[in-house]
Design a protein around this ligand. Structure first.
Ligand SMILES: *Cc1c(COP(=O)(O)O)cnc(C)c1O
Length: 378
């Protein structure tokens, strides 16, 4: 019997291009995959929460770029970070930087405290302070370098050594430097964390997170958490991130070059009190940056202007080529007055402006600041 209209509408739209060789990876929107007659699955594809070609490409790519064995992609940086904490057991203790990414502190307070994870906030530039808070149940030391928004650095090698001496895992949030500028696993870290929302995506149009690690046992736990909690990225999100990875090196190299020049200009400007940029010799930990980073110093900086909160906020709105918005890592330059974002309990200086430098021409970026500083101060 010839199939009826409704049936033909389904069968006639089946994918028949299984042997095609597209140069650019297609977006595999399929949530499920046909099983072979012998019960096996082609390319090990069963269901998109388990695995998906676009996600697999992102995962193996980020693992390769970070010199790691296992890569895992998540729907946001925070989902990746949560997976790390979910891999710990109730009763464990964690050492976190005192200036850790703002939302992670909230995550600990509002969620993981109830799971009976405890933590201490420590100044990570003080190695003996880290050793001092280690307890028998300490399971992890978390590093974020450079820190947000004051660009304080942590010595990854030294901290990883302290961790391993005490049988503790060391996780490094490498979002701000990307594998172009630092490879934490090579420095001894056990887990690398990324918000791929930032430089990997690179165009401020996608959220994502990733973990890279070598440890088989921890990788098994993360794999289960990724599958069972289900905070996986969509195929389209993965496609955008894979596309971003193709130009990651080009973009961040240019961004870091621009950031260096802008930092030098601002450092010599009479209306600026201080510039926080690890590439400057005036940065108190410049030598740590030099020893653990490759190819440059990143594209994030912060400045303290001479003046109060209102003045700092006003300057950030006078710029033409720096959009006043949160986040970082995109091709467009952004500025942010951090104190007013973080709220009254934040320790961020009121006159601090955070800058994410993009790929615009450096002459325009510098003259934009020259102009904004002259308008506001006159
Ligand atoms: C943005 C960011 C995060 C959080 O990532 P999301 O993708 O926003 O969830 C974590 N750590 C650092 C350093 C970040 O910049």
């Amino acid at each position: 019997m010839h199939p009826k209209f409704e049936t033909r509408a389904i069968k006639s739209t089946e994918n028949t291009f299984n042997n095609a060789k597209p140069v650019s990876t297609p977006i595999y929107l399929s949530s499920t995959y046909e099983r072979n007659a012998d019960g096996s699955y082609a390319d090990n594809l069963v269901y998109s929460r388990n695995n998906n070609p676009n996600r697999a490409i992102v995962e193996q790519s980020i693992a390769q770029l970070e010199n790691g064995k296992y890569g895992f992609a998540f729907s946001s940086g925070l989902a990746a970070i949560s997976a790390v904490f979910q891999s710990l057991k109730s009763g464990d203790h964690i050492i976190l930087p005192d200036d850790i990414y703002y939302a992670i502190k909230k995550l600990m307070e509002q969620v993981f405290k109830r799971w009976n994870l405890s933590y201490d906030l420590v100044d990570m530039s003080n190695l003996s302070a880290i050793e001092y808070v280690i307890k028998p149940n300490t399971a992890m030391i978390w590093i974020e370098t450079p820190s947000n928004p004051q660009l304080k650095l942590s010595d990854v090698k030294a901290i990883a050594e302290i961790a391993h001496k005490n049988n503790i895992l060391c996780a490094v949030d490498n979002t701000w430097l990307t594998p172009v500028f630092m490879n934490p696993l090579d420095l001894g870290a056990d887990i690398v964390v990324h918000s791929t929302t930032k430089y990997f995506g690179g165009h401020s149009d996608v959220l994502g997170g990733a973990l890279v690690l070598n440890n088989d046992k921890v990788a098994d736990k993360i794999k289960d958490i990724q599958l069972l909690y289900g905070a996986v990225p969509s195929p389209f999100d993965c496609w955008l991130i894979a596309r971003g990875i193709q130009t990651l090196h080009l973009r961040v190299s240019k961004q870091a070059e621009n950031a260096f020049k802008l930092a030098q200009f601002l450092e010599n400007h009479p209306k600026i009190e201080k510039v926080n940029y690890p590439g400057l010799e005036s940065h108190p930990q410049h030598l740590i940056a030099k020893s653990q980073q490759n190819n440059g110093y990143g594209a994030m900086l912060s400045i303290l202007i001479k003046g109060n909160e209102k003045k700092a906020f006003n300057i950030s709105t006078k710029l033409k080529y720096f959009t006043s918005a949160t986040s970082l890592g995109g091709v467009e330059s952004l500025v942010e007055h951090r104190k007013s974002v973080e709220g009254p309990e934040s320790n961020t200086p009121e006159n601090l402006i955070r800058i994410s430098v993009g790929i615009e021409h450096i002459d325009d970026l510098i003259s934009d600041w020259e102009n904004a500083l002259s308008i506001n101060m006159s």
